[in-house]
Design a protein around this ligand. Sequence first.
Ligand code: GTP
Ligand code: MG
Length: 257
Amino acid sequence: MANSKYEYVKSFEVEDKLMPSTWIVVRIDGRHFHQFSDEHEFEKPNDKQALELMNSCAEALLEEFKDVVFAYGVSDEYSFLFKKTSEFYQRRASKIVSILVSFFSSLYVMKWKTFFPLKELKTIPCFDARAICYPSTKIVRDYFSWRQVDCHINNQYNTCFWMLIKSGKTKREAQDLLKGTQTPEKNEILFQLGINYNELPAMFRKGSCVFRDKGEEIVKYNQDGDPVKRLRTKVGTVHRDIIGDTFWREHPEILSD
Ligand code: GTP
Ligand code: MG
């Protein structure tokens, strides 16, 4: 087809290919979720249903996009890791970022009723997103450690803060009490309020990891009524420590090239 005289406008489009042979992380983050969680009366500091909705969206995303090998989520954010060799949309940043964030946002709306059958979705959930390239598995590990440390620090602070409020302190008093405290002091405050931090749900303390894992699946039952099983890769969510080596040693396929 002959070019029209307008075709030249295409030359204004810039190349935005992500560096080859690097791990791509796309991190999405809820826009104004402080407000969104208030409007929808999320439990403070952690709303189990809201977090499970996020996890369910992340699982569906991994089912759809096979190049995404791992995801880590906490609060209103999720990080998605593409395998190093991915050629998804020729590694074009804007395509990758926009597809992932719009897919996730649509899922969030579609699945809302399943997780909040009695709550109307009052405002539009919206997420920002960015893509970052990491050149080595060490840095990828450090990236996820950074997010999990953040999860721990925020969750411990928020748990203390809201427990102090529940015990009758004002927001100002709670803030002043927590100023400059380290982990052991916060644990002590919680202990005195009758809470053992380590017994809180792992999803709150450690965040959520989504990946493909091998599991057994019942295909049918034979004539004796015994199950016939086969191995199958299934996307699932766990709440584990990802700072130490154990998790990664148990799942070497995630970071293998
Ligand atoms: P931007 O991301 O800059 O648009 O701001 P934001 O309002 O989304 O804040 P940010 O992403 O820094 O932090 C997420 C916020 O979401 C938290 O500060 C909480 O207010 C809220 N949030 C996330 N998860 C929960 C939850 O489980 N329960 C409640 N009550 N609030 C939550
Ligand atoms: Mg946010």
